[in-house]
Design a protein around this ligand. Structure first.
Ligand code: GCO
Ligand code: MG
Length: 432
């Protein structure tokens, strides 16, 4: 039988629940045979779209859909310079769509094609954030009653801006010693997040490492006193503290037995992880900001992390991700693919195919899909009893309602949509 060829490639922008999503659809020359992939880089959607439409599409039209690896390798070097978030996200949409087509042609769910299930479903973690320990605890209680067993906990630091919460930052000194001045507190006022239909990237406010670490440690103490150790808690530092303070923090929280501590350092400070490994057994997760194999390979090779937090579309799709997962297995490192709101349900379906088929699965992040998002993506992975369940449909098992997707065009955003600018009390920039 003649192998299907790539006939057309479409990029679909949609924002059903205030997060910009990018979907790729590969249409073959075989009637009714098409595939979907996620290319979501929510802060920079346009360059991803142009990279696909202006470069990958002309390069790929007419190619045999069977040859995923050859298409991936030749596309990867077709730009000569490589390993960046824009080109990798563009390539991911193509790659995931080809795997979706492969599953449809084999009439198999993708996890079966990748070796079959190593578990019935993938345990997920959800986000409990709040302005106080009690509020975080109450949200945890609600999630526990829904059957979740792994919960990421983030609490606001009074007077400062905290990742996972948007407390207004007055820069009020909460170090406990009223006389300590934190330097000239720059005026950061909160602009409306949404005004006249436009979205505004509000300033990220003021972040100070010591007040943040104190409030996080107080939160863990509170949670362990209220819930004990029978529930798994996770925490995301989001790369915001100076590295040596991160080393101290990882040691200080060891007694709270976190499931993992995430983004303790920025990728640029990877070498600090060696210090952490020799001083504490706090489980470490890192990877959502990696877009090159050169970043993750040393972390696995030297067992500097316990969980691979890679954003699959940011590394180039399923093809590279499954190789990284295999390397992780050989070194005792588990997967914890990035699964934020700015991974589309198609991307979550790709995560899930690997979660189910990889022996060294660790945990799957799950940012609860909004109702509009669920409508746009029929077949989205179901979550119940704290687990994400795949359906038995071939390929990724998910669709996109293109007509409905069009009803959610990208909103206009100030400066095109930037990630928050977070500053120290002296006004210097913080990696956000
Ligand atoms: C997480 C991540 C996200 C990112 C977001 C960036 O652990 O889920 O840190 O919250 O900040 O995906 O766009
Ligand atoms: Mg994170």
């Amino acid at each position: 039988m003649k192998s299907p060829k790539i006939k057309d490639i479409k990029v679909i922008f949609t924002e059903p629940d205030n997060i910009r999503l990018i979907i790729v659809k590969i249409i073959t020359d075989q009637d009714g045979l098409y595939g979907l992939g996620c290319s979501t880089f929510t802060q920079r959607p346009n360059p991803v779209k142009y990279s696909i439409e202006d470069y990958l599409k002309p390069f790929l039209i007419g190619k045999d859909v069977n040859n995923i690896e050859d298409i991936w390798q030749s596309s990867y070097v077709s730009s000569y310079w490589r390993n960046g978030p824009v080109l990798n996200n563009a390539l991911s949409g193509i790659d995931q769509a080809l795997w979706d087509i492969k599953g449809k042609m084999a009439n198999m769910p993708l996890y079966d094609l990748l070796g079959g299930k190593t578990r019935e479903a993938a345990a997920v973690y959800v986000h409990a954030s709040g302005e106080s320990n009690e509020e975080v605890g109450d949200k945890m209680q609600a999630f526990i009653e829904q059957g979740f067993h792994h919960i990421r906990v983030q609490v606001s630091t009074p007077g400062y801006s905290t990742y996972g919460n948007k407390s207004s930052a007055t820069g009020k000194n909460t170090l406990g010693n009223k006389n300590v001045k934190l330097g000239p507190i720059p005026i950061t006022k909160r602009v409306e997040t949404q005004k006249d239909g436009k979205l505004y990237a509000h300033p990220g406010g003021i972040f100070e490492p010591k007040p943040y670490m104190k409030s996080a440690i107080d939160l863990f103490e509170y949670i362990r006193n209220r819930f004990g150790y029978g529930i798994e808690i996770l925490h995301d530092v989001h790369e915001r503290v100076p590295p040596i303070l991160g080393v101290w923090f990882a040691k200080e929280v060891e007694k709270y037995q976190l499931f993992f501590l995430e983004d303790l350092f920025s990728p640029e400070d990877n070498d600090y992880f060696k210090m952490v490994r020799s001083q504490t057994s706090t489980p470490i997760a890192m990877g959502e900001l990696y877009s090159s194999p050169h970043e993750i390979i040393p972390m696995i090779k030297d067992r500097l992390i316990d969980f691979i937090r890679i954003h699959i579309s940011d590394i180039g799709g399923i093809s590279p991700a499954k190789k990284i997962a295999a390397m992780g297995e050989l070194f005792g490192v588990r997967t914890a693919w990035h699964g934020p709101g700015d991974t589309s349900p198609v991307g979550h379906a790709a995560n899930l195919a690997l979660d189910l088929s990889c022996y060294n699965f660790g945990i799957q992040e799950y940012s609860i899909f909004g109702d509009n998002t669920k409508d746009v993506f029929p077949g989205y992975p179901e979550v119940k009893d704290g687990m994400m369940w795949a359906n038995e449909k071939p390929g990724l098992g998910i669709e996109i309602d293109e007509k409905l997707a069009k009803k959610y065009p990208f909103k206009e955003r100030e400066y095109g949509g930037a990630w928050d600018t977070v500053r120290r009390a002296d006004g210097s920039m913080v990696k956000p």
